[in-house]
Design a protein around this ligand. Structure first.
Ligand code: HEM
Length: 342
């Protein structure tokens, strides 16, 4: 779903339900980024001369991986770019970010300037749209985990949703449900998708807390620490508590420090952050309006506890867990059937 929304908005691509080449290549590339994005994950990050050792050398397995991953990461921007170019030429392109950018560039006076508008450069600038797919999937996985582990939060969120939406329809973006806004923010805070954000480089010499940071140094924003800081969020930051984001009137507290820390920092902050939060919001609120999520039970009737474990890397995903998902009522079931048959 996340990949479909992003590829359709960014490139006007209708994703195939199965074995879609754009999704496949994004999954492979994002896996590569997840494995390599954290600074220091590979020894070659700290000892750059290691990149010159031959591939057959003991301990040089990273070079083989790099070769494989390089292929997917290079194709990822080119594939959807070629799709849009073909569609524009054939007059079949749907309106998308890429089609609009390309049309604009083609009409510009310096359209032939390969230095600034080379196809690959454009493709690379557009490509990170795929960055949103896996990150959104991870956040939705965390949402399902939180709902399984925190039934009281689930009930509260359902009550808040019912009070606005009622029983006979699915929620939509016009529904103002601050508690659900807080649930989404808490999903991104409790288990941030990129706990160490993305490494940045310092552009000019700097001094911070008495430490000299020369230009060019790599700095890593500790998203996890920022989002678990009790001086900002109050107590129990290791628990899933949407109230961390609410003021005493039950509205989103707009005075929070670094409310978007889950999306990185500075000029390179995630440009898809609004789309991401609204994508997670509409999924979460639609799920809670119609379905109950509970822990599965084993043969003896004992609840199966989710491990709560995550993968490690640049992007972290919850390890899949068992849970039971059932319609909340016959009315909810009818709403689901109507939505599916539309
Ligand atoms: C829950 C979902 C998401 C999370 C947690 C997330 C998080 C991040 C983070 C931490 C960064 C690095 C920022 C930095 O360097 O400081 C980033 C970059 C980026 N994200 Fe997202 N993201 C999400 C969804 C999306 C979506 C939906 C899109 C696009 C539709 C998107 C597009 C991008 C792009 C293009 C960049 C690179 C920006 C740059 O380097 O200038 N992301 N994201």
């Amino acid at each position: 779903m996340a990949g479909m929304v992003i590829l359709s908005t960014a490139y006007g691509i209708d994703v195939q339900p199965e074995d879609d080449p754009h999704i496949d290549i994004s999954v492979k590339s994002l896996h590569a980024m997840a494995c390599t994005g954290n600074r220091g994950f590979y020894l070659v990050n700290s000892l750059p001369f290691l990149k010159y050792i031959p591939e057959f050398f003991p301990g040089a397995g990273f070079k083989k991986e790099a070769h494989e991953w390089y292929k997917s990461v290079s194709i990822m921007p080119e594939l959807p770019y070629a799709f849009v170019k073909r569609a524009l030429a054939a007059g079949t392109a749907k309106s998308s970010t890429a089609s609009r950018v390309l049309e604009e560039i083609e009409g510009a006076p310096d359209a032939d300037d390969q230095e600034t508008n080379g196809p690959l450069e454009i493709a690379h600038q557009l490509s990170p749209g795929s960055a949103g797919a896996d990150t959104t999937v991870s956040a939705l996985g965390t949402f399902m985990l939180a709902m399984t582990l925190y039934p009281d939060v689930q009930k509260k969120a359902q009550a808040a949703t019912d009070a606005v939406v009622g029983q006979g329809r699915l929620p939509d973006f016009s529904d103002n449900i601050p508690y659900m806004d807080a649930v989404v923010k808490e999903v991104l805070r409790w288990r941030p998708v990129t706990p160490l954000a993305l490494p940045h480089a310092v552009t000019a010499d700097d001094i911070y807390n008495g430490y000299r940071i020369p230009a060019g140094s790599v700095v890593v924003g500790n998203t996890w620490a920022i989002l678990h800081d009790e001086t900002t969020f109050g107590l129990n930051t290791h628990e899933f508590i949407p109230e961390h984001w609410l003021n005493k009137d039950g509205e989103i507290n707009t005075a929070m420090r670094e409310p978007d820390a889950a999306f990185g920092f500075g000029r390179r902050i995630c440009p898809g952050k609004d789309m991401a939060q609204w994508s997670v919001w509409i999924c979460a609120v639609s799920i809670l309006a119609t379905l109950n999520i509970t822990k599965s039970v084993d043969k003896r009737g004992a609840p199966i506890e989710p491990s709560g474990e995550y993968t490690s890397g640049l992007l972290c995903y919850p390890i899949p867990h068992e849970c039971d998902i059932v319609p909340r009522s016959e009315a909810a079931q009818a709403v689901i059937w109507n939505a599916v048959s539309d």
